[in-house]
Design a protein around this ligand. Sequence first.
Ligand code: ZN
Length: 151
Amino acid sequence: MAIRNIVKMGDPMLNKISRPVEKFDEKLHILLDDMAETMRLADGCGLAAVQIGVLRRICIVDAGDGLVELINPKIIGQSGKQEECEGCLSCPNNWGITSRPMSVIVEAYDRNGNKFRVKGEGLKARAFCHEIDHLDGILFTTKVIRPYVEE
Ligand code: ZN
């Protein structure tokens, strides 16, 4: 495994739309392992491939209850609403309150090309929305509804 450099805000890469994954091969597995290691070292709860310079529809989330790898993910259901603080490994020292669904259902493929569905609530729902936005070139900073004030 290897640590990859995280692309930072201001780099036009982050505004690009990622392409679907077509090959579920060894190269993908190495990329996923590197993403997990990079995310853990940076102490994040989510990372999209574009954040390490790979324009493919791949993201990972670990909201504290285990790592979820999402390939070609789609949000197929959502309910409720939450307004909570959000940040991003590509936007250091940048925080803001966003409005996200309280609960989402995501359909995606695992690293071997098997389709699955996963539900996320609270922080996990926010992370799924945030990471999937990255695949469409959208940063959370465009979704901030009010600044985060530290208590
Ligand atoms: Zn992010």
